[in-house]
Design a protein around this ligand. Structure first.
Ligand SMILES: Cc1cc2nc3c(=O)[nH]c(=O)nc-3n(C[C@H](O)[C@H](O)[C@H](O)COP(=O)(O)OP(=O)(O)OC[C@H]3O[C@@H](n4cnc5c(N)ncnc54)[C@H](O)[C@@H]3O)c2cc1C
Length: 574
């Protein structure tokens, strides 16, 4: 393989084409930088932003008692006070500007009959802040929900109008360094199977989560932690890699749903949950998994949802769609007989450490969106993540462009490039695809068995051993075609991410936010600190950093209270 097969030069390289990557690209372009986007899958049909249902902002409701600080306190307290309050403040204060800009670019909202924006209070928010984007001229998508599709349509149209260069179906292999800073990336063109180098004065990672270490999961297949792993390999700090979120049920459920165990008991009330719709994903997932762990699940890891008491089911069109689909597929009407359901992994909270300018700890490298960690801490109230993509996407693009426009041409280190190509291209292995699928399957089995909703020392230790035993198998996976090769590269990245997940979960000896340890069920004041992961001379170094409690702290007057008899460190909302 020739290292200069193809060389692309740009000012700002954006890796990832979800909400954060698109918003970053628009900003960097508008500031005058030459921008190149690299993304897995097809432009506009890639990443989790397409799934977004609800978003949150202060200002649509006429609630005079609501404020940015009250929103910040909800977010920070729900995440166990581990979130970076400077970043959270930026998020809550800049969201409305970003939403208004989306309106200028053609997006609409779900509205009341009088034309005002329809708002509602979502679990984990103490005030009514949630709203729903609505598509104006919907494009065709491979998957997603209408509000997320509306976001992606709006952003992709702006990118097309600006003529920004997009290399889709192209995956990041490694970030490359020259003269101590990141100067671009090596990438694989999945269509042709060729390796390329994109040199850049600034590089922005917007590659989403690493939730593909789990199965079943709600996230898109693209979320394999590639950005996390690449940043870690060049020495960037990562945080909260032990934190991930689960949803309690495999299907959405309307108000009036009863959660039943294998004894036919409605079990949520014994966990202090009267109406599941009023509770956030975290306590619900805890209750469901605890019931299953106690041997009261159906067929292993299921519970049953009794949907026979839904009032006015027609007012939930998505529910009626599900009913129709079920009748068509299985002949069963879920309104008449209970349906099986199980928890699923959702998004991850950990990621690359950034500051207010979206700078990582490695010069020349920026991160925004779900790949960046630290904003929430250990849980995620509904609706903020979609706004993180816009707020920090804009910031990432802005500061990356500013740096690029002030920088000389990057200095390339050819050894870095040949090293990256050599690692990716150790000769075609006929069995690479099978081996990579097998490694992915083993990773998912290990997380399902040992790092699911509620964890403990014994399980985490066993799981970590299994994961570490897989590392040797991954060294030389090079498949024949570009797309297959991309899948084999993912196995390597998933292993980096999952190893940090297990090591961090073992280290954190408490329960906090969405992080539950059965053997350490309480939230420990001494653990009010973030775990920082970085690689120095090829080895993992772990550090601990206490969050600055600038605007909100555990004794904060307005913050929701810990549940008094908590086994699991979740908060109770009135
Ligand atoms: C089912 C579901 C429902 C959700 N609902 C909500 C909600 O209602 N409200 C809310 O606020 N949030 C919600 N979220 C969370 C939210 O969707 C995401 O956190 C957010 O959209 C992340 O945006 P992003 O741009 O950072 O990443 P994504 O939109 O995931 O984009 C990541 C991009 O990086 C690309 N990529 C990955 N690896 C590589 C690589 N090696 N090379 C090149 N490109 C790469 C991907 O292909 C993709 O283009 C939901 C998430 C899921 C999964």
């Amino acid at each position: 393989m020739n290292t200069t097969d193809e060389l692309t030069t740009t000012d700002v390289l954006i890796i990832g084409g979800g909400g954060a990557g698109c918003r970053a690209a628009i900003e960097a372009h508008d500031l005058g930088a030459k921008v190149t986007m690299v993304l897995k899958g097809k432009f506009g049909n890639s990443g989790c932003t397409l799934h977004v249902g609800t978003s949150a902002v202060v200002g649509f409701n006429d609630d005079e008692d609501d404020s940015d600080i009250s929103s910040l306190c909800d977010l920070i307290s729900f995440g166990g006070f581990l979130g970076n309050q400077d970043l959270a403040k930026i998020l809550v204060t800049e969201t409305m500007e970003r939403v208004e800009e989306m309106v200028d670019w053609g997006i609409d909202f779900l509205r009341e009959d009088d034309g005002s924006v329809y708002t509602y209070r979502s679990a984990a928010h103490t005030r009514t802040r949630n709203f729903t984007f609505s598509p104006v001229n919907p494009r065709k998508h491979d998957y997603g929900a209408p509000p997320g599709m509306a976001m992606m349509d709006t952003l992709t149209e702006q990118i097309e109008r600006r003529g920004i260069r997009v290399l889709d179906d192209t995956v990041l292999i490694d970030l490359i360094k020259g003269d101590g800073k990141v100067v671009g990336a090596t990438v694989l063109d999945c269509e042709t199977g060729s390796l390329k180098v994109v040199t850049a004065k600034s590089t922005v990672l917007a590659t989403g989560t690493y939730s593909q270490i789990f199965s079943p999961t709600t996230v898109s297949p693209f979320e394999t932690g590639d950005g996390h792993a690449a940043a870690y390999r060049v020495g960037a700090e990562l945080t909260s890699m032990e934190a991930s979120q689960f949803v309690a049920t495999s299907i959405p459920f309307p108000p009036g749903t009863k959660f039943l165990n294998s004894l036919g008991e409605e079990f949520l009330p014994k966990y202090g949950i009267d109406n599941p719709r009023d509770f956030a994903k975290e306590p619900l997932a805890y209750a469901v998994w605890k019931e299953i762990m106690s041997g009261r699940g159906f067929k292993g890891d299921n519970i049953m949802l009794d949907l026979s008491n839904i009032q006015e089911p027609e007012s939930f069109p998505w529910f009626m769609d599900n009913v129709e689909r079920s009748i068509k597929k299985t002949g069963r009407d879920p309104r008449k007989e209970p349906v099986e359901s199980h928890p699923k992994s959702h998004t991850t909270m950990g990621g690359i450490v950034i500051n207010e300018r979206c700078e990582t700890t490695v010069p020349g490298l920026y991160a925004c969106g779900a790949v960046a960690g630290g904003v929430y801490g250990h849980a995620r109230p509904e609706g903020y993540t979609s706004m993180i993509t816009l707020v920090f996407g804009k910031r990432g693009g802005e500061y990356a462009a500013q740096q690029a426009l002030d920088s000389p041409e990057p200095v390339l280190d050819m050894d870095e490039i040949t090293g990256s190509f050599a690692r990716a291209n150790a000769g075609v292995d006929e069995l690479a695809v099978t081996k990579a699928s097998d490694i992915k399957r083993k990773i998912k089995l290990a997380t399902k068995r040992y790092a699911w909703v509620i964890k403990d020392e014994e399980g985490l230790s066993k799981g970590l051993c299994r994961i570490q035993a897989l590392k040797d198998e991954v060294a030389t996976l090079r498949a024949a075609t570009g797309r297959q090769w991309a899948r084999t590269l993912e196995a390597r990245n998933l292993l980096w991410a999952v190893e940090l997940h297990f090591i961090g979960a073992l280290a954190r000896k408490e329960s906090r936010g969405a992080f539950f340890r059965d053997d350490y069920p309480d939230t420990e004041p001494d653990w009010l600190k973030n775990i920082i992961y970085s690689q120095v001379d090829g080895s993992l170094v772990m550090g601990y950093r206490e969050p600055e409690l600038k605007y909100c702290d555990p004794s904060h007057h307005g913050a929701p209270k810990y549940r008094p008899t908590s086994h699991y460190g979740v908060r109770e909302y009135a």
